[in-house]
Design a protein around this ligand. Sequence first.
Ligand code: UD1
Length: 424
Amino acid sequence: MDYLEIEGGRRLSGTVRISGAKNSALPVIAATLLSDHPVVMENLPDVVDIRTLLKLLTILGANVEHEGNRAVIDCGSVNSTRAVYEIVAQMRASILVLGPLLSRFGECEVSLPGGCAIGQRPIDLHLKALEVMGATIEIKGGYVHAIAPEGGLHGGTIVFDKVSVGATENTLMAAALAHGTTKIVNAAREPEIVQLCQMLAAAGVSIDGVGTGRITIEGTGGKALRFPDPVRIIPDRIEAGTYLCAGAITRSTITLEDVEIEHIQSMLDKLEGMGCSFEIDGNSITIFPPEDGRLKEVNIVTAEYPGFPTDMQAQFMAVATLAEGESLIEERLFENRFMHVSELNRLGADIWLKGNVAAVRPVDELYGADVMATDLRASSALVLAALAARGTTRIRRIYHLDRGYDDLQGKLSKLGASITRLHE
Ligand code: UD1
């Protein structure tokens, strides 16, 4: 199995280009199931999760040409509507094929998802929305079996009692081909949702309220979509935030290219509060560490966009370990998203957990140790801590990192980090 060996304590410098957003690319790829024509995609991140979803589409019968950051996906040849356990268990986001498969083909079977072990992560909201649109749902043998009514799904008003990114995406895709109008109340407002809405709108679907909590969609009544232009995936705000944290924790000046500044505002506010400063030039941003090298403590409560993202909680916790005062970090979205705490403590951090709040007490330094990656973002927190730690850190189970970070090792090496991928 591969592991990373990081020699910590080096200053970083230089420029890193941010890749396309994995979490935007996934629904965009799923949405190609709504079309019977080829869809061109650009700026795809080269990560395992993308390859997993493309493989799932291939198994369903789609014709996929994928090279580097570009893919052409033709779902005109899809001849199966069964998303098998072997793929769905590898990546929870595979559930995103449920809405489009059901609305285009009237029936589908999707295995119950696996994915990151960060809590129970049910799919009740996805299913509830499809039921409002007339679907009959049965769960049997580990599969969700969904059947649309005679003539196809119909519109309806869906009121989510919790904001869910995935459920909003699935509902949008189902509603795009439904008969009549669908209203989503308490929709997610993440940039990834906005990209999906823009893609559907470019194919002629009428959508109101894009980027707000109330979205209204006019379905095509069963007519497959045609996406005329290449879809360019938006920059990955979580990857950008992770490299900003790399700058902060190693007290380095780093420039990020291809960033959507508005998407990372909540992170910039926190880093500014910790004493970092920024220079913004269009789509690039340079982070400068505090002049005296001393980071202040930070208080964070995770929230839905535009609040502070749960996907950045672990990375900021790593940075907070080396701040001057005690930081408080509260996780509000997932109930089991603190698995990095014990591993950070192995590197010399002093973090105490009470329920969903972590108290991060300052330490003078971190030191290298053997640690284990537990989920995608927790793994990147360990990489950040290792970059700042004295000595050598070995991080195992890095397949989590491969799922979501495009060329992490190459990008960090280019910035001057000592990071090697080894095999045992
Ligand atoms: C997406 C992101 C993930 C991010 C998360 C929250 C992708 C591929 N993944 O995940 O990186 O951490 O948003 O920003 O985009 N919930 C239910 N019932 C449901 C669905 C969700 O109770 O049917 C709960 C979840 O358990 C969680 C909360 O709602 O507590 C938010 O989850 P959700 O927004 O759905 O996350 P994902 O779409 O899975």
